[in-house]
Write a protein that binds this ligand. Sequence first.
Ligand SMILES: Nc1nc2c(c(=O)[nH]1)N[C@H]1C(S)=C(S)[C@@H](COP(=O)(O)OP(=O)(O)OC[C@H]3O[C@@H](n4cnc5c(=O)[nH]c(N)nc54)[C@H](O)[C@@H]3O)O[C@H]1N2
Ligand SMILES: Nc1nc2c(c(=O)[nH]1)N[C@H]1C(S)=C(S)[C@@H](COP(=O)(O)OP(=O)(O)OC[C@H]3O[C@@H](n4cnc5c(=O)[nH]c(N)nc54)[C@H](O)[C@@H]3O)O[C@H]1N2
Ligand SMILES: [Mo]
Length: 762
Amino acid sequence: MTQKFTAAHWGTYEIHGTGEATNLAPLPRDPYPARIGAGWLDAVRDPSTRIARPAIREGWLKGRDRARAGDASFVEVPWDEALDITAQELSRVIDTHGNGSLFAGSYGWAAAGRFHHAQSQLRRFLNTVGGYVGSANTYSHAGAEVILPYLVGQSNRAFQDSMTSWSLVAEHCELLVAFGGVSKRAAQVTSSGTTMHETQDWLDKAHANGCEVVNISPLRSDVADHVKADWIAPRPGTDCALILALAHELFTHGHADQGFLARCTNGAKLFEDYVMGADGTAKSADWAAEICDIPAATIRDLAARMARSKTMINLSWSLQRADHGEVTLWAGMALACVLGQIGQPGTGFAFGYGSTEPVGRPHRLINWPSVPQGKNPIDDFIPVARLAEMLAHPGGSYPYDGQRKVYPDIKMIWWSGGNPFHHHQDLAQLDRLWQRPDTIVVMDHSWTATARRADIVLPTTSALERDDVMINRRDPALVYMSAAIDPVGEARNDYDIFAGLATRMGTHAAFMKGRSSQDWLAMLWDECAEVAVQNGFKLPTFDAFREMGIFDIPDTPEERIQLQDFVADPDRFPLNTASGRIEIHSAAIAQMTLPDCPPLPIWQAPAEWLGAATAGQVHLISGQPDTRLHAQNDNGPTSMATKTRGRETCTVHPKLAAQHGLSPGDVILIHNDRGACLAGVHISDALRPDTIALPTGAWLDLRVLNGTPTCVHGNPNMLTLDKGSTGLSQGNVAHTALVSITKWDGPLPDITVHQPPVILPR
Ligand SMILES: Nc1nc2c(c(=O)[nH]1)N[C@H]1C(S)=C(S)[C@@H](COP(=O)(O)OP(=O)(O)OC[C@H]3O[C@@H](n4cnc5c(=O)[nH]c(N)nc54)[C@H](O)[C@@H]3O)O[C@H]1N2
Ligand SMILES: Nc1nc2c(c(=O)[nH]1)N[C@H]1C(S)=C(S)[C@@H](COP(=O)(O)OP(=O)(O)OC[C@H]3O[C@@H](n4cnc5c(=O)[nH]c(N)nc54)[C@H](O)[C@@H]3O)O[C@H]1N2
Ligand SMILES: [Mo]
């Protein structure tokens, strides 16, 4: 029997077991298999969290009410009836209010396969019925997506693709200054799948080769202990001030590379003037020491080390998921320009080493085809994280990327393959605004907090229940994903659900093009074969690929040095920016006259930070979880094993624990004006005493306790701030939040979100 495989955003697995899979084993070639994978199969097979049959919220079915509380009852209906009701409602909304009242941004990570990609299928379908209002950019790095074209004339995607290769960092870099660290935790994940995890391996190689690592982060664990990084822990959200002070030191001691600044940048003199104090304040080490709450000597020492070393400055993506986050990114790039090491092997500037696995991978990139989505006749969209504001202010106007946009009036929301009641900030507010549309359709395989707040719930298969292909331009292998288990309950593939809806909407031919899913896979493979030939190699036949499971692309190693040509000859290879240079000053951004996004990277205090905290407040870091992908697999054994008394575990410094009389295993209430959550206590000195760390992804289990909306399970987005990072990108600011903590001595409320909702028979 030939070995079968499957893949997820966190890795590729051998399917073990006869008939239904009994185990998913990481590939032997993978040096650092993801911890996340161990909980996958059990999470997906868990009957209490799977949506077994189509379900309609009782209140909506009986009287079209909008009381979408997380504890609503649902009525199960047969597929035909569910599809009839959905199609009728979709037609009603389109006929009465137009397609511009249908929001289907549907942001989220869904599954890794190329064909059964939830959002692509949704968009393909809706494009056949007149379109929808979409969303632009990502929760991951909206700030970078919008600002990078102004700074370097490249999209974020192109910038990620051209990032200097890890192999060159390992070989040449003497000092890796890592803002937000480089963690094995976040590097478990690759959008669209991966056959290996190498980031930690590369970091280990750099370390073994004598590269010193400086971890600038509130958490020591953002760099693995054995790398022996120096740890500098500024107040969260103050990196921009630290970066400016490092530049100030370089200018002051004649260590600025004025030649590089003159040749390769625009506006360097304005930046130098600002840093040196033209506005009345020198951005000195002493100045930043106050803001960042670290010793001035540490800043001076770091600047001196950077000046005498081959230095790479890396910013993790987290730094721009914060108030004014894109400005911090800009400052980081400006600092790298002052140092003048951009365009050289293993030094300069990087964005996102460690934030996902493939960033900086020394492999050739191949642009594989994807399933065509068709064209959306509606050109309206919102910046992805402005969801709640859109629901609150139909007709309201706001700035975005140099434009003034107007929020649409949304009557229907359709979400497939994402979980806004995981990913959005200030969930109590979203919960209130979620009651506004007439109708909400959710497609998912599990009873997520979002599915529980839908009117129509259509159960999909998970990636383990269908054949698909992992074809990812950043990976050196292609994987045929075989079904590992039978569909759970009456779950259907997203594609088949839309096929049923398209029949009812009269767009069956346009949506399906007469093809089954297997036909689409074969067609995709044929298109891939053409791309392979253009790239100088041959793919096996589709049947042979299905048999072999993994196809290793030949000759994939390829090293890159970001901006190498440009730096070597800026006149011959100008950047696609207004000046043709790296823009340390941007006239285009100046013209936008945004109060919160100046034309230079300058320090602005964030909306919430420790420098303006009231007594007792601490900063909340809610980074990505080690044991799951966002909220996926939270119900599985790997995630559950790290909970404390069933709740998400929050890391608290011993000093803070002492102040509050906390012991390991206690439960705390974390609260602010927006809401609260309960979390278990883990005590560790590996973070700043005035900072707590609560990973994202505990399924929202919302109650009102003592008058306050409270997640009894530990979802940090009860506490985070929902605002645009600036009027430029409108990115989310998940890492900008002040909270207070109190020991919880009351009875512990049950966690019910891993149990199914009340299901009524038809
Ligand atoms: N506080 C805080 N919040 C954050 C962040 C943070 O750092 N801090 N990070 C943000 C970031 S960067 C991101 S990317 C977001 C992530 O937010 P999301 O991507 O929305 O989170 P997931 O839990 O991955 O949601 C994916 C959903 O798709 C479903 N799914 C899986 N397979 C299929 C399928 O085949 N079909 C369908 N229809 N559904 C499927 C899963 O069950 C799951 O519910 O969170 C953001 N939120
Ligand atoms: N295991 C796992 N890995 C993942 C994901 C997952 O869900 N699980 N999600 C993936 C996705 S969608 C994304 S977008 C990436 C995100 O990748 P990142 O943005 O790199 O991940 P985070 O965990 O949000 O943040 C990394 C670290 O930044 C630090 N940090 C937070 N605020 C500040 C600050 O103000 N200054 C400094 N210097 N450091 C700060 C925190 O200590 C945090 O541990 O992760 C990906 N990887
Ligand atoms: Mo993300």
